[in-house]
Design a binder for this molecule. Structure first.
Ligand SMILES: [Zn+2]
Length: 345
């Protein structure tokens, strides 16, 4: 079902006053929500991340609908003992963006909302192959862009064609994560420094240390290099997780118990990665497989998450309307393979 039809049905269900009935039938009792950047300038960042207005709306909506925002530990504990007195939401942020502190944190503090931020080592060390930031910068700053590895030239003089070009190249990488390394030539020819973009967009070591001491914040692992673990050999995948965990524990002087798999979809992680995450000492690991936490026993190393893509879309996800669509269509919501609407995870 396409997005416009979904939005239309959501508005219809809302208008007809059917949302409480949908909720009682389909809503999960607990949901982990995934964010990346929280943008003040959503349009000029080519519509990546979440606009701050939508972020704030989501938190207000959760409060109004009596969802309780709790830490991941507390959420898992309450779901495990079958506590049905409230619905629980967990807020997670991937990659460690600066705007999570400069833009989101004051809003989180106002809501007294705990949150978990998953940091790859390469972000604070300024060595991350953040190809998604390189691409965005390349397309934003030029009206003609040639992506050598795709053998494709994009003419993108206005924001809408830039958004489309970015989506096309991003999708091309998601089809095969080995392609991420193939963009290096294009960045080099354009004189683009990924290290400088790391510096501009990611929290630095001191900021992560400070954040780890914030009473609402927890820091989780997101591997060393943000590679899709599934395309690595087993020893490398294990080292990606273990080295990142050690790095963050040394940096923050706090235990790091939670992991987010880079990209988090079935092309990037699977049963082998779940076993490795447990073996290196994590207590949980989140994916980007859409879904809620309601089937016991919980799979602690394959936890689902939902994206916030629009006001009505968020409401549909949290109220279970999205799940109702999938059940009506007869496909397996829990097996969804979408990388999500934010492009990169
Ligand atoms: Zn990520």
């Amino acid at each position: 079902m396409d997005h416009r039809l979904k939005d239309f049905v959501c508005h219809g269900v809302n208008w007809a006053g059917l949302m409480p009935a949908v909720r009682s039938l389909f809503a999960g009792r607990a949901t982990i929500i995934i964010f990346h950047e929280i943008q003040r300038e959503f349009r000029s960042e080519l519509e990546t991340g979440t606009p701050v207005s939508l972020f704030e709306h989501s938190l207000n909506w959760l409060r109004r609908e009596r969802w309780e925002i709790v830490s991941l530990e507390e959420c898992l504990e309450r779901v495990s003992r079958d506590d049905r007195s409230r619905r629980y939401a967990v807020l997670t942020f991937d990659d460690g963006y600066r705007d999570n502190v400069s833009v989101a944190l004051p809003i989180l503090e106002r809501h007294n909302a705990p949150f978990l931020i998953y940091v790859p080592t390469g972000a604070p060390t300024r060595t991350l192959n953040a190809w998604w930031l390189g691409l965005r910068e390349l397309i934003r700053s030029r009206d003609d862009v040639t992506v050598d590895a795709m053998d494709t030239r994009f003419h993108c003089a206005d924001v809408q064609s830039k958004v489309s070009a970015l989506a096309r190249v991003t999708e091309w990488v998601h089809e095969d994560y080995r392609r991420a390394a193939m963009l290096a030539l294009t960045f080099r020819k354009a004189g683009l420094s990924l290290s400088a973009l790391n510096d501009r967009y990611f929290l630095d070591k001191k900021e992560i240390q400070a954040l780890s001491r914030h009473p609402l914040a927890s820091i989780g692992g997101h591997t060393t290099s943000h590679s899709a673990l599934k395309i690595l050999d087993s020893a490398s995948a294990r080292a990606e997780m273990a080295d990142n965990r050690n790095y963050l524990q040394n940096l923050t002087q706090r235990p790091v118990r939670h992991l987010a798999y880079p990209y988090g979809n079935p092309r990037a992680c699977g049963p082998r990665e779940e076993q490795l995450a447990s073996a290196v000492g994590f207590s949980t690991a989140v994916t980007t497989r859409p879904g809620h936490l309601d089937a016991l026993p919980l799979d602690h190393f394959g936890l689902p998450r939902v994206f916030v893509e629009s006001r009505i879309g968020f409401q549909a996800q949290m109220s279970g309307l999205q799940r109702a669509f999938h059940m009506l269509r007869g496909d397996a919501y829990r097996a969804g393979a979408a990388a999500g609407g934010s492009g990169t995870t």
